[in-house]
Design a protein around this ligand. Structure first.
Ligand SMILES: Cc1ncc(CN)c(N)n1
Length: 236
């Protein structure tokens, strides 16, 4: 068993849940609501910029030149996807560069990006790599799963092709390989830290899709008060 086999086994339930999320099942049938996807793709553009910054921070701390290049190339790849895929959909949805620049990240996006930036800047290098892995691995698995059952003429075909494509597969294989090498070198405590960071990032992936599907925005004090006033009165 490799270290990433262990990580897969440990997060099996959560990852299965992600595949079954309404966002992903609706995307496979092509029935995902347009406004839901529009909100997602804008948040994802903000996310990918933060993710590329986190990869760059990790790259700067990598122990050897080959790993610096691998992570720096992955950062450039994330920006390239953001440019191509997101521009494709944003043009279709009428989201301009100016509108995008004015968008604030959702709480889910902000939370995920902050976690990756903090771990990549301040955590041990192996923990940073474990935190960055789900962004690659989960999207590859979801991309292939959706591609296998996608409806013909799916309006989300460009997204599905990107994440089930060969170029993305190759970058995921390199990241899995790096994580396995670091996991093999790590002692028991370091492996525990890596596992915890990996699991937390898997949760953030789930939360990002869940929040996009619900079209969540930041909760305001008045939302919380309205929710409390609907709660049943205490009986005792
Ligand atoms: C939230 C999220 N996670 C992962 C990916 C794939 N790089 C993405 N585009 N967006």
């Amino acid at each position: 068993m490799t270290f990433t086999d262990d990580l897969a086994a440990q997060t099996q339930t959560l990852r299965t849940r992600i595949h079954e999320m309404p966002f992903n099942t609706d995307m496979a049938t092509g029935q995902l609501r347009r406004d839901v996807f529009q909100g997602y793709i804008v948040q994802d553009a903000l996310y990918l910029e933060g993710f590329a910054r986190a990869l760059s921070l990790a790259a700067a701390r990598a122990p050897d030149p080959a790993t610096v290049a691998q992570l720096a190339n992955a950062a450039a790849g994330a920006i390239a996807v953001e440019r191509e895929l997101h521009t494709h959909y944003m043009d279709r949805f009428g989201v301009s560069e100016t509108m995008l620049a004015a968008m604030a990240p959702s709480a889910a996006c902000d939370h995920y990006v902050s976690f990756l930036l903090r771990t990549s800047a301040l955590g041990p290098f192996d923990e940073a790599v474990a935190a960055l892995l789900p962004c690659f691995w989960i999207y590859r698995d979801v991309g292939h799963d959706i591609a296998a059952r996608s409806a013909p003429d799916n309006p989300y075909a460009a997204w599905i092709d990107t994440y089930s494509g060969e170029a993305f597969d190759e970058s995921v294989a390199r990241m899995l390989d790096l994580t396995d090498r670091l996991g093999a070198e790590a002692d028991g405590l370091a492996r525990l830290r890596m596992s915890a960071a990996f699991e937390r990032a898997c949760w953030h992936e789930w939360r990002f899709w869940d929040s996009a599907y619900r079209m969540e925005s930041w909760m305001r004090p008045e939302d919380s008060l309205a929710r409390d006033s609907r709660a049943p009165a205490p009986t005792a």
